[in-house]
Write a protein that binds this ligand. Sequence first.
Ligand SMILES: [Zn+2]
Length: 709
Amino acid sequence: MAGLLWVALLLLSSCRGSPTGRTQTLSEDLTSNSSLPSAGESQPTAAPTSGLTSTTNETSKTPEEEEGPPELECPPLGLESLRVKDGQLRASSFKRRGLGPHRGRLNIQSGIEDGDIYDGAWCARHRDKNQWLEVDARRLTRFTGVILQGRNSIWSWDVVHSYKVQFSNDTLVWKPSMNGSQEAVYEGNKDAETPVLAVFNTSTVARYIRINPQTWYQNGSDGDICLRAEVLGCALPDPKDVWQTEPTETDDQLDFRHHNYKEMRKLMKSVNDECPDITRIYTIGKSHGGLKLYVMEISDNPGKHELGEPEFRYVAGMHGNEALGRELVLNLMQYMCRQYKRGDERVVHLVKETRIHLLPSMNPDGYETAFKKGSELAGWALGRYSHEGIDMNHNFADLNSVMWTAIELETDRSKLINHYFPIPEKYTSEDAFVASETRAVISWMQNIPFVLGANLHGGEVVVTYPFDMTRDWAPREHTPTPDDSFFRWLAAAYASTNQVMSDPDRRPCHNTDFLRSNNIINGAAWHNVPGSMNDFSYLHTNCFEITVELSCDKFPHASELPLEWRNNRESLLVFMEQVHRGIKGVIRDKDSGEGIADAVIKVDEIDHHIRSVADGDFWRLLNPGEYQVTVTAEGYRPSSRTCWVRYDLHPTVCDFHLTKIPQQKAKGRSLSKDLQLRLRQQRLRKLRIATKAINRRRAAAAGRRQTVR
Ligand SMILES: [Zn+2]
């Protein structure tokens, strides 16, 4: 049962679990599409109320390029992105509230069970050809096409095979979409998940559009008429339109479009050229498909760790089809470079006081797969996994189980460790099912003393914090870390400054209402994710990491990107600034003044220690308050002091000077590494050796393929 539930959870979770993985096919209609002048240029600014304007397409579209996604002539109205509000959707009838017209949105995800208020489609109450789903564009729009999907459900199979389309300016007079002299009938879905695009032969200017199913999967006499849709259309400019109330999207002139691998590299290069003094591009490894994992470093001294300066990271695109994070991270590097040059005090302060690392694409192979289908036709799952089919958010070593097993078995609590858990041995071998991308990120986490980071996903709007894994494999269960209060603070820092999350009137994306918990949730309380990057980061390194689910739509249309930047700009900055909370300092040998690495920093009443890094510096993220801090190091006497953390964004400096224990003075320091640390380093070395061997094999195989040619 737990197994079934687990599978069900995987199938239904928005982004962290694995969605249905059916193969995706592009609609053949694509080739019959054509191009028209863009909206507003040669179109009438207002169509007559009764007579609808139609334009027949004459030119034919260039064949789909090998690299790029299909160009849509007009963008989606935003059924998927929620730009189209619930009130703009109506239907002839609907089966019940959970299957109402507001559920008829492309890629909407149902809850685990059918029958609640969050089902996976609009379904008509009646089963005849008079049923329709209506979209009110609220302004004159040149409609060019429809994208259709079936019902998202584990238990039901409902798809519309064919449909007609009608247009109206007043909902009284309706005009059918035509194919020459005939009423056009469009091809719908063969399966429930693959989005199928229909481009109208004749685009029509109107305010309302109806999708009118003609045939559907019958299932004996039991088949319901159910669909999820997106409508493509170019809004016509209309100064009298009362609904034109959308604020200007953003003043920042950034490169707002989707960047494939080559374009991403080019953009990063251009930022580096523009700001060579504060940026550096480096790679942390390669994807399975051989694409490099590029990182942009932003710092006043790029390339090196500065004593006392905390290191921060944003990781995006672990799930390749969750494309918004990638673009936001690319936007962020452009923005920071530009604002630094302009002398923006806040950005200058961040750059001078922090070493920032931005990894826009952890799964470039998956991204390329989704990118080629395009933002509207990739569906919910395509491109999520690595090239080998690995979900990287389940692919990190499960240290939670190691910890919980030890807690259960060990009666002597003083022997338990609570940080820097070594990777289990079985994870380090060559044949361990560990993605090259995961291996690369683990090495990166080891090489750089990160203090704070966030992992950017998409498909929901919520911020989650560790633990992501439940104890005892419960499908969901609140599972806090010892640093729960600070993690909640971190999550709230992002959520409360995000313009979508902080909107009290927003509707839930799919099947969970996160507004009730202020848009933050403990990861495990949402659903169990073993092997998550956040849990690994917390248990294996000093770094605190949270997950941000950025948008209901995993792969928003390019036209949404300026708005998404505006929604997230403040939160991206505010979250980085949190790396300066708590205490920091340097731990030194009292006599020599040398920094002491790997000293253990304990804070009373928090059962999670952190360690000092190479030069003896450390950072301990904490909420405001008074703390008793004790530092221990092999060969030294422990030292304690009280440190006060204030409310402002400056860490309290708490330095420690440790006195050597006399008898150890003579022994030298080679023996001073504790067992836990030795084991941790040993296993990591093994993992790296295994990775190298895999890479060598792969390179040799690639070489062989070339010589055969
Ligand atoms: Zn994800």
